[in-house]
Every structure is written in structure tokens, then in C-alpha cells.
Design a protein around this ligand. Structure first.
Ligand SMILES: NC(=O)c1ccc[n+]([C@@H]2O[C@H](COP(=O)([O-])OP(=O)(O)OC[C@H]3O[C@@H](n4cnc5c(N)ncnc54)[C@H](OP(=O)(O)O)[C@@H]3O)[C@@H](O)[C@H]2O)c1
Length: 282
């Protein structure tokens, strides 16, 4: 099928759920050719069906973004079917939770594999086409935790901080070639993110000194869930980035994300740390 040259072809990872799913539908409804990936093809049935009901199409592709050989095999097939990818949305990700001391190196490595290395792998796979046409957008879905780190989220926050650093570097490297890199920094959104969170195996170990704080964190966290927003808000921001001639670099999404980022930047460090501690584990 030919690419839709009016609006462009967008490849979105982690399309089976949450922000990825909402963004596939949002962009398909606006005339983009949308290709969504999941590690399991059947998980894309829902988004494809919703698209069909709305009179549009989302193309589903089974792809494990954590695998070099799969990305090297599948992305050229996608490009030969749909044409050059105009925009890549590196959205797939999950949170590894637990005090840093409780994390095994393998758990931490897996966190970076998906949240950082897979984004690089996907970017490398689509870049040659973008460079050739001297046009393209790379949108990396980071988090407010890519700007500030809360307790027990050290693995996740460090993977998003790393993604932001990498994106900042690429933004400058790729600018002369017409390829623009941006990061999106959502706050709290109603998705399966909490349900899919991976708790480090040793995180609840009563022998660890943090157990009292971990329990308080767990009871506090439920109180914040009522502030979660519809993920389509993130889709709108991604759409804005993709269609703008000159996109900006950082896009915080939601009031709590903006407030947190401003606090981290402008409040005295000890005051900010005290506030974070009170809000999460004390
Ligand atoms: N929800 C929030 O409040 C929030 C806030 C800030 C940032 N974010 C970021 O937004 C992005 C999307 O998250 P979401 O909230 O939409 O969560 P979600 O509903 O759990 O969806 C996550 C998606 O990522 C994929 N994924 C999860 N773990 C993976 C792994 N180990 N390897 C490959 N793919 C994996 C899943 O695809 P499969 O079908 O392959 O499982 C799924 O489609 C993530 O990068 C997350 O860090 C979310």
C-alpha cells in the first residue's frame, strides 16, 4: 500500500495499550498512515478493531523492539510496504519499581533495554530513509521522571534521564539533516502502566531497611491515581510535534508534570527533596 504523502507515515512502538494505542487512533483519524507495533500481534486486535469502527486503519506489526535481529528483519519489510517512515514515536516502555539497593543488575539491564536501547535500535532502523529525504521526526516518550527522580523509581527515572540525554545529543546532530528530535514528558495518565509495572524481586523484602517507607509509598500512590488524565492528551501533543514545521525539544504534558519540573528547577534543592519525600514516602 502506498504511503499517505499528504500527512505522512508514522511508526509507533507499544501500540497495544495506553498512550501508544490512543496515539495510533488519533493520528489515523487525522489521515496519517499509522503502523503500530507490539511484541504479540494479537494484542493489536483491539486498536485495529477500534480504528476500523471509526472508518480508518491502523496497521499492526508484531515486533520485539528488544531484539536486534527482529528489528533488522521487520523494519525493512515495513518500509518496503509503506514507504519511508516520516515519524517514529518511541513509546513502548515500562517501569521497574523498587529501592535501588533491591534491584538486580539483570532487572536494571532489562529496564534500560526497553526504555533506552530499543529506542536507539528503532531510530537507527528508520534513520537512513529520513536522512535520504532530509526530513523526519523522532518523538521519544520520556516522562516527568526524565526530569526529576522520585524514591523507588530510580531504575525507571534513570532510564528516562538517559533517554533525554541521548535525545538532546541527537537533536543537535540531526538538525542539519532536517530530522527533528523531541521528547514528550507525561505526568500521570490512565493507562495500563501501573498494572504492567515490574516490582524488583527483592523490593518487598522485609529484611531491607526501607520497608516502612515502601509501605507508606504504596498507600500514598493510590491517592494520586485520581489525578490521572486521558492519554489522548499525550496523543495531541505528539500530533502537534509531528505536524509542526519546527518542533521544540521538551514537551511536558499535564499540570503535575509542569509543576514538578518547575519545582525541580527553581526551588532550593533541600526544600524540593523534602517536598518529594513528604509527598511520596513520609
Ligand atoms: N501512563 C503514565 O502515567 C506515563 C507517564 C509518563 C510516561 N509514560 C510513558 O509512556 C509510554 C507508554 O506507556 P503507557 O502508560 O501507555 O503504558 P502501557 O499501557 O503499559 O503500555 C505500554 C506499551 O509498551 C509496550 N511494552 C511494555 N513493556 C515492554 C517491553 N518490556 N518490551 C517491549 N515493549 C514493551 C507494551 O507493548 P506490548 O504489546 O509489546 O506488551 C505496551 O503497548 C512509556 O514509555 C511510559 O514510560 C507513561
Amino acid at each position: 500500500m502506498a504511503a499517505n504523502h499528504k500527512t505522512g507515515t508514522v511508526l509507533i512502538t507499544g501500540a497495544s495499550s495506553g498512550i501508544g494505542r490512543a496515539t495510533c487512533l488519533y493520528l489515523a483519524q487525522r489521515g496519517y498512515t499509522v503502523i503500530g507495533t507490539s511484541r504479540v500481534a494479537g494484542r493489536l486486535d483491539g486498536v485495529r478493531e477500534d480504528a476500523r469502527k471509526g472508518g480508518v486503519e491502523v496497521h499492526g506489526v508484531e515486533l520485539d523492539i528488544n531484539s536486534d535481529s527482529e528489528v533488522e528483519r521487520v523494519i525493512p519489510e515495513v518500509i518496503s510496504e509503506h514507504g519511508v517512515i516520516d515519524a517514529l514515536v518511541n513509546n513502548a516502555g515500562y517501569g521497574l519499581w523498587g529501592p535501588v539497593e533491591s534491584l538486580s543488575i539483570d532487572e536494571l539491564r532489562a529496564q534500560f533495554e526497553t526504555n533506552l536501547f530499543a529506542a536507539v535500535r528503532m531510530t537507527k532502523a528508520v534513520l537512513p530513509g529520513m536522512l535520504e529525504q532530509r526530513r523526519g521526526k523522532i518523538v521519544n516518550v520520556s516522562s516527568v521522571l526524565g526530569r526529576l527522580a522520585t524514591p523507588f523509581n530510580g531504575a525507571y527515572a534513570s532510564s528516562k534521564f538517559a533517554l533525554e540525554g541521548l535525545s538532546e545529543s541527537m537533536r543537535t546532530e540531526l538538525w542539519p539533516f532536517g530530522v527533528q528530535v523531541s521528547v514528550v514528558e507525561p505526568g500521570l495518565f490512565e493507562t495500563d502502566f501501573q498494572a504492567n509495572q515490574v516490582k524488583a524481586e527483592r523490593s518487598q523484602d522485609p529484611a531491607l531497611a526501607y520497608i516502612e517507607y515502601v509501605q507508606r509509598y504504596n498507600s500514598r500512590h493510590g491517592q494520586y491515581e485520581k489525578f490521572s488524565s486521558d492519554p489522548v492528551k499525550v496523543s495531541k501533543v505528539i500530533h502537534k510535534i509531528i505536524r509542526s514545521k519546527r518542533s521544540g525539544f521538551r514537551y511536558p504534558v499535564s499540570i503535575e508534570a509542569r509543576a514538578g519540573i518547575l519545582g525541580a528547577r527553581f526551588l532550593p534543592e533541600r526544600l524540593f527533596r523534602w517536598l518529594v519525600s513528604r509527598a511520596t514516602m513520609r
